[in-house]
Design a protein around this ligand. Sequence first.
Ligand SMILES: [Fe+2]
Length: 420
Amino acid sequence: MSENANKLIHTFGALAELGHEVTNKSNFQDTIRTSLHLLLGSLAIMRGGVARYSRFEHELNMLAVRGLGDEFPLSFSLCDEDERQFLTNGLYPIEISKAGVLPFFQVHDQTFDPAKLQLLLPLVIRDETVGVVFLGEKATGEPYTDYDKEIICAMGRHIGGAIAQRNMLSELERRSDENRKLYENLRTTYSDTVKAFAAAIDCKDKYTEGHSVRVGKYSEIIGAELGWGEDEVEGAAVAGYLHDVGKLTVERKIINAPYRINAKESAELNKHPAVGYEILLPIHHPYTDVPLAAKYHHERLDGRGYPDGLYDREIPYIAKIVNLADSFDAMTTDRPYKRRRPANEVFEDLQRNSGKQFAPEIVAALFRGLLKELNGESGEKRFRKLLGREYMETEGLAPMLKNSLNGMTPTSPLTMISLD
Ligand SMILES: [Fe+2]
């Protein structure tokens, strides 16, 4: 076999290996390093390097170098003339030794010996320059032939392709990062809007100031205690914040009546779940059950709630959570015509109504959350902030909750808890 044929087989072998390398290696740096070694090895070139071109910084940043010495710069700033030549050359080797070529070698000649390099190949992929390959002299000391240059261009196409692919990936990552930030901003805006709404709802009812906000927080605690994921827990909080949004359309004098309202007024007030549902339905919530929580937060497991008198399994789960949070807040805050009830009474009542008005596992979740805080097992003092120190320091509260958690059954006698 002739020497030329041998050379041909050798270089085609290297090309095939390079193609394999570029398509299979997941580590970009490794791909470039191995590609450079293959290129140098296939033509017995003493030294070389691969750099990525940064259009915005007007720089070349080295990705891999071999045999160029420690003093070889890791990045080059391109002056206008360099950049112009470099960008308009196309994918064809530039001979560095020719006078006047690429002045940046003169700019950087303090730090390395330009004589070490003979060729420079701009890597142009789909009309875009993505990098450059630097090549030193051949081991034989002979000049580069046209045939060598063709091989170098073919290999350069592979290396350029790998860099272009990486650039595309980086751009995708950057965009997805931007989208993530945008999404987070949107979520914050949504969450702030929800809280503003809750504050607006609470403003209307001067006797139950902060009610919606507290119901949101209790719902959030319950969701977390039920082992829900972050998004669902946030959904529970939003459902709590907005559950009474329908009250915005109820006359202020009915909401603020300092006495027990009559049947007619009560009928008016009882429209608020359905109205709330209508208000929330057209909004695109990240948590689709939010309108259902508003509609069914006055339903009871035993079918004695309103507006539809649904039974246990017919009631959306989120509505059961908000129902408990709502009742718990109603029992633990002062109302115009009645003081809040003592802690032990409230917990007995919730236990007794577990399985009747409330879902037992939801009551258990609330008790667990509270017990954890009383035992110092939860980082935050959320209940303390919502209920007040005095309430939380009720004597014997922790053992009582522990007992309740052990002894809760769905067969306790039926009692009604009035929600105002
Ligand atoms: Fe309500």
